[in-house]
Design a protein around this ligand. Structure first.
Ligand code: CAA
Length: 258
């Protein structure tokens, strides 16, 4: 499908989605959110990992589009937030691992987009934050909830109340990003991480993601029940048989995702 504000390429089994709206530092207007939702719903069947990054060398995504939001009504704001929530929930629930390569500003909706990915890596130039209160609003694409789950309630309140922009090192210190890379190595690093994941059984990786994702919001008993089910279901797969047979035969496994 042809998109206006995003680009989707596939390298081997890795899909790379670039948000590319340089005139607004890749800000998310409705059109871009619709394109993201559509892309998440129609990734190539061969894609086994997704990397999301920003076009240009300045921004990952500088937020939701302020010029679009400036004059909308409360009802339209509800629609806009619902669109963002829907797109990011689709991303979060993809059956493949997703990696945010934060190559510059990831503010507001941009930080929220990264938070909907499984893993976040940042370049040394990255700046992350939720500055919405400085505009007289609050984060509207899941940031208040996902940030809290990642960095804890008190740190999330500090970031949301102050609207402070963190540099990459500070973001790493509080656990908002996993690692910080020189700008010219960020994408290669994300591809290398995806490559390590791709060596493993795809059904197992997908099941692990599902169990961690759905279990995180349940009590421990219910979450562990999810884990038992996920563990058991994999024993019906060819990949389990191949993975364990390969170990016993001291050779690399050839997983097929069946
Ligand atoms: N929406 C629309 N346009 C944006 C934008 C945004 N979020 N961020 C940047 N732009 C535009 C600027 O208006 C500017 O356009 P013009 O050239 O036409 O004037 C262009 O991108 C370049 O930006 P700057 O000139 O401001 O670049 P800078 O290097 O001086 O500053 C920046 C960079 C610090 C990221 C600054 O642009 C900025 O603060 N942007 C807004 C960040 C922000 O507040 N994000 C949160 C948005 S609210 C939100 O996301 C709500 C939600 O949760 C749903």
């Amino acid at each position: 499908m042809a998109y206006e504000n995003i680009r989707l390429e596939t390298e081997d089994a890795i899909a790379i989605l670039t948000i590319d709206r340089p005139k607004a530092l890749n800000a998310l207007n409705s059109k871009t959110l619709q394109e993201l939702e559509s892309a998440f719903n129609s990734l190539p069947a061969t894609a086994r990992a997704l990397i999301i990054t920003g076009g240009g060398d300045k921004a990952f995504v500088a937020g939701a589009d302020i010029s679009e939001m400036a004059s909308i009504s409360a009802a339209q704001a509800r629609e806009f937030a619902a669109l963002g929530h829907r797109a990011f929930a689709t991303l979060e629930q993809l059956p493949i691992p997703t990696i945010a390569a934060v190559n510059g500003f990831a503010l507001g909706g941009g930080c929220e987009l990264a938070l909907a990915c499984d893993l976040i890596y940042a370049s040394e130039k990255a700046k992350l934050g939720l500055p919405e209160v400085s505009l007289g609003v609050i984060p509207g694409f899941g940031g208040t909830q996902r940030l809290t789950r990642v960095v804890g309630k008190m740190r999330a309140k500090e970031l949301v109340f102050t609207g402070e922009r963190l540099d990459a090192a500070k973001a790493k210190e509080i656990g908002l990003v996993l690692d910080v890379l020189p700008a010219d190595q960020l994408l290669a690093h994300c591809k290398a991480v995806a490559g390590k994941i791709l060596k493993n059984g795809p059904l197992a990786v997908s099941q692990a993601k599902r169990v961690i994702e759905f279990g995180a919001d349940q009590d421990l008993r219910a979450a562990n029940e999810l884990e038992r089910q996920g563990f058991a279901v994999l024993f019906g797969s060819e990949d389990q048989k191949e993975g364990m047979k390969a170990f016993l035969e001291k050779r690399a496994a050839g997983f097929t995702g069946k």
